[in-house]
Design a protein around this ligand. Structure first.
Ligand SMILES: Nc1ncnc2c1ncn2[C@@H]1O[C@H](COP(=O)(O)OP(=O)(O)OP(=O)(O)O)[C@@H](O)[C@H]1O
Ligand SMILES: [Mg+2]
Length: 250
């Protein structure tokens, strides 16, 4: 599970995250939607323990991030939007190194690394340097690393960007299976089709605040557009240029 309560992040006078509360229950895929600059990445980085909140509380799998950061971080899988990978490692070395950071070692690690390379269709590339990987291959490698230690909670920042249809399908299937096994997944995305298709609940964030939360149907009702496509609902809630306004300019 992931629970955040009244989370705030200020950069100087600017408040990037302004009192966000949300719960991701075991087995839930929770979509984190919002326009550019709304505060999604900032929130996810705080949940991952990479950024210190100005105030508020974060609990991951019953571990309080402030009181027990190692236990909280150790039970989470985090996939950043712009991952850093040591380019001079091979895929296999990277995964074994990453596993070591999470206390995986001994005989088990080799087998687990192979399982993940197989799952993410990277086994052929085990001994190739990461610097030769395409974007999608790097993305799949980062996922393999994040799931290596079997986390019960996952925070992921825009996982579908730049993946080919096969890669996107694979990631969706992996997330679905993990959720069926009780893993809590918080996923930011701009792909509303993905949110509609996969998320049990969504939170829409605007200027650091949650402006709508619930199932996709509940959020549509809230916006007064029960039959609208989620994109229309999203634009209605977050404000976007109308076709008429665009017509007047172009
Ligand atoms: N280190 C920083 N210093 C100052 N402001 C920052 C910093 N990091 C983020 N911000 C600001 O916080 C706000 C939220 O940024 P954030 O990256 O969380 O948005 P986002 O919802 O992830 O957007 P996107 O959809 O574009 O990824 C933005 O206005 C950004 O400029
Ligand atoms: Mg972001």
């Amino acid at each position: 599970m992931i629970a955040i309560h009244e989370l705030v992040k200020q950069y100087g006078r600017f408040t990037a995250v302004d009192g966000i509360s949300l719960d991701v229950r075991p087995g839930e895929i929770h979509g984190f939607l919002g326009p550019n600059g709304a505060g999604k990445t900032t929130t996810l980085r705080m949940i991952a323990g990479l950024l210190k909140p100005t105030s508020g509380r974060i609990v991951v799998n019953n571990h309080d991030m402030a009181a027990a950061p190692e236990a909280a971080k150790g039970s989470l899988g985090f996939i950043p939007d712009r991952p850093f990978i040591y380019e001079k490692l091979t895929a296999g070395e990277f995964l074994r190194f990453h596993g070591g950071l999470y206390g995986l070692n001994g005989n088990g690690i080799g087998e687990r690394v192979h399982e993940m390379l197989d799952l993410f269709e990277l086994r052929r590339w085990e001994d190739e340097l990461v610097e030769s990987f395409s974007h999608g291959m790097k993305q799949r490698l980062v996922m393999a690393a994040a799931f290596l230690h079997r986390p019960n909670a996952v925070a992921v920042d825009e996982p579908m960007v730049g993946l080919d249809p096969r890669g996107a399908r694979l990631i969706k299937d992996v997330f679905r299976r993990m959720s069926e096994r009780g893993v809590a997944i918080l996923m930011s995305t701009h792909t509303l089709e993905v949110a509609q298709e996969m998320c049990h609940r969504i939170s829409i964030i605007l200027k650091g605040r949650i402006i709508a939360q619930g199932t996709v149907d509940e959020v549509k009702q809230l916006a007064g557009g029960g039959d609208d496509h989620l994109t229309e609902v999203f634009l209605k809630l977050t404000g976007g240029s109308s076709l008429q306004e665009i017509d007047e300019i172009v």
